[in-house]
Design a protein around this ligand. Structure first.
Ligand SMILES: Cc1cc2nc3c(=O)[nH]c(=O)nc-3n(C[C@H](O)[C@H](O)[C@H](O)COP(=O)(O)OP(=O)(O)OC[C@H]3O[C@@H](n4cnc5c(N)ncnc54)[C@H](O)[C@@H]3O)c2cc1C
Length: 385
């Protein structure tokens, strides 16, 4: 078992960190708690493309770099550390493209993927609805086939990238009767099948839009059915397996940023005549934070390693997502405590790290759902179906 990055991976980490600090951090500072405008999102995605963001994991004939899953993880962890809001936009666009690549037919791959890989299109994946969260098999959005066109009606909520998206992969009921096999995915290209959106005001990650999508009697061509009819639920759950490792690294990146700030602060801030880092109870917190962070990171990269090997690893990816996102809340909260009053001030980034980290125990399966997957797989007895 190899538990360290290769030389190339270490080099990638250093190079991309240097670039992000210089070129991307100024935008992160400007758009703290401010939505990134769509035009700027496209511009920044294009700046990131040469490092392997969005397209890097694709084969060379698609314009990619055949990047291994660990290197992809490094890219995103670094971006989440510097500008988590932008990281979310880029990551979801990549996941949209990968979903299309995995399940799309030749024509769909040729039509849609180049636009996503070039940064001309921003993607989103729309599963959650106002009344349907942890159990996507219950989606109510309907897409009924009439003379070669799906008529889609419904509402989605909490959709990352929603308002700035050009293309959505929408989970909808394609049969009149309910049941797991009645759910399919459709590629909804906004210019052809316009949907409207409204952004949700939320606790953290405020530069990244999370939106409601209104699918009011829109027409979607039959050829935009993604994958097999009635197989939408299974494929969506498979997508979560990979995404969960990246959400774990999302939390790790934010935690690392708060750790970096804290390590600097404990050396500079003095109380009782010495740096606060020399007080034993501060060292106790630091040790706890550092250990949690390391454990979270190791679980996330183990998940990515297994994904790269192509083996089933839903237990490991659920462990990574659950552990890393809960750890992120603890680490960023301790970071505030160590900063004292300044930790709560908007003049410092600590309160934002905490708000951002707090967002991540919910998406891609809540902590409770991850625990149910881990335990179900261990004992073979599901607590939910
Ligand atoms: C930042 C962010 C980004 C998101 N991005 C997207 C996106 O791009 N696309 C998308 O489709 N969705 C997205 N979501 C939505 C997200 O996937 C849902 O919020 C999540 O699945 C939970 O659904 P819910 O909020 O409706 O909660 P509910 O399912 O209503 O759950 C409420 C509570 O009940 C618990 N619970 C539910 N079922 C069980 C059970 N069986 N046993 C024990 N406890 C249970 C949950 O853990 C939770 O604590 C995003 C959410 C956030 C916060």
């Amino acid at each position: 078992m190899i538990l360290e990055f290769t030389e190339e991976q270490q080099m990638l980490k250093q190079t991309v960190r240097k670039f992000l600090e210089k070129e991307i951090k100024p935008y992160a500072e400007e758009y703290t708690d401010l939505l990134i405008p769509k035009e700027l999102a496209h511009e920044l995605i294009k700046k990131l493309l040469p490092f392997g963001y969005v397209a890097g994991s694709f084969p060379e004939d698609m314009g990619g770099m055949n990047l291994d899953t660990i290197s992809q993880g490094i890219l995103y962890e670094e971006l989440f550390r510097v500008f988590p809001g932008l990281g979310g936009i880029v990551f979801i666009t990549q996941e949209t493209a990968l979903t299309l690549y995995q399940d799309g037919n030749k024509e769909q791959i040729q039509r849609f993927i180049p636009k996503l890989l070039s940064g001309d299109y921003i993607g989103c994946v729309a599963v959650t609805e106002p009344d349907v969260g942890s159990n996507p098999s219950e989606v109510k959005t309907r897409a009924i086939l009439e003379a070669g066109t799906y008529r889609m009606n419904g509402q989605k909520i909490w959709i990352s990238n929603g308002s700035i998206s050009d293309l959505a992969i929408v989970l909808a009921r394609t049969e009149k009767e309910a049941g797991k096999k009645s759910v399919s995915r459709l590629i909804v290209e906004r210019s052809f099948s316009p949907y409207s959106t409204k952004d949700i005001k939320k606790l953290g990650l405020n530069s990244w839009p999370t939106s409601e999508l209104f699918l009011d009697d829109i027409s979607v061509p039959q050829e935009n059915l993604l994958g097999e009819l009635g197989e939408g639920l299974k494929s969506t759950l498979q997508l979560f397996e990979r995404a969960r490792c990246f959400v774990a690294l999302y939390s790790t990146g934010i935690s690392q940023a708060s750790m970096d700030a804290t390590i600097q602060y404990v050396k500079e801030r003095e109380q009782w005549g010495k740096p606060i880092g020399q007080h034993q109870l501060i060292q106790d917190k630091l040790a706890e934070m550092l250990t949690e962070l390391d454990a979270a990171r190791l679980l996330a990269y183990r998940g990515l390693y297994l994904i790269g090997k192509g083996v089933r690893c839903d237990t490991q990816t659920s462990m990574a997502k659950y552990y890393a996102t809960e750890a992120g809340v603890k680490i960023t909260s301790h970071a505030i405590q160590i900063h004292g009053g300044y930790g709560l001030s908007k003049e410092f980034p600590l309160e934002r790290y905490f708000r951002d980290a707090r967002m991540l125990t919910i998406p891609d399966g809540t902590s409770e759902i991850q625990k149910l997957i881990i335990a179900r797989n261990a004992i073979g007895m599901p607590a939910f179906r």
